[in-house]
Design a protein. Sequence first.
Length: 299
Amino acid sequence: MSTLSRVAAFPPFLRDMLSSPPRRGEGLHRWLFCVARHLHVHLPADEIVKLLKQVAAHSGYRRGEIEEAVESSKRCAWGKPQLPGTLYRARPAWPQHDPVRRAELVKSGGGVGGLLDASPVNLAGIKADTEDLIDQLMPGNRLLCCGQSPRLIQTKPREEWRGQLARQQFIVPSPMRATHGLTQQGKRSERCSEIVGPRQYIVVEFDGSSKDDQATLHLHLACHAPLVMVVDSGNESLHGWFHCGGATIEEICRFFAYAVRLGADPATFTACQLVRMPGGTRDTGQLQRVLFFNPAKIR
């Protein structure tokens, strides 16, 4: 069976992606990486290269760009089901947690107090204005995916959310490019990777340690990527928002791999993963406080 003839057996969302490759300057590099990531479960690497060269023949890809995308996407490729009837799931080859390195870093850290002191915008004891924060983080009337719970998620233009954001628990930390798409299982949804726009932020969450330790780790990671914001989940964790607009997928993966090495949860690498709404309200009524905000890092 030829490579092209096997496309008919791919999931609908993947066939759709292959049918509309962007041109150079319109997100081609990111598209190649994302499509290759999904294709690893269906084809060997050499056939993925051959297929992408065929479907992107008129897109203006550079020599070696497709081979590079196929190779670099292996580390976070979708894997085959392990048991009959199980769903495909992402299995990025993230590094093992390095508790020794983590312990070295948190020893000399300033904790939450140091994080508050380092914030260019003084937020100590102040309730953050969620509407203003989102206007700065994602300016314009873009499509935002938000909700009060994972089951009550909606994607709609920013202006339709006006006045409602502080009541939401969750947000996808990048604008969406459509209101609906298909999940990996082919179900119509307002939250799925297919409709997430270009990634603007990588959100890092550390669990299983004190907030002081987490604050110190976020400040350390700020030496490796632009730290825009840190949000208290209202429970045990702090979410660090690192700006990545304009970064290559290789740079993003390298940064996130280092965060995972320090104990970050790999789940937030998923483009459509929900994170805590800055200044929003947890289901317990607890405020999701913003501890650090540096708008100068939004560019």
